[in-house]
Design a protein. Sequence first.
Length: 41
Amino acid sequence: MQDKEVIEILMRMGDKYAFSDEEKEAVRTAVGILSWTRVCP
C-alpha cells in the first residue's frame, strides 16, 4: 500500500468515526508524518 493511500484512509477514518480528542491528534500526527516522508524521502 502506498503512503498516499494510507493518508487518504486515515483522513476518511477521522471524518467518519467519533474519535476522542487524543485519538484525533494521533491520527493527524500519523498523517503528518506520512506526508513528510513523501516530501522528504
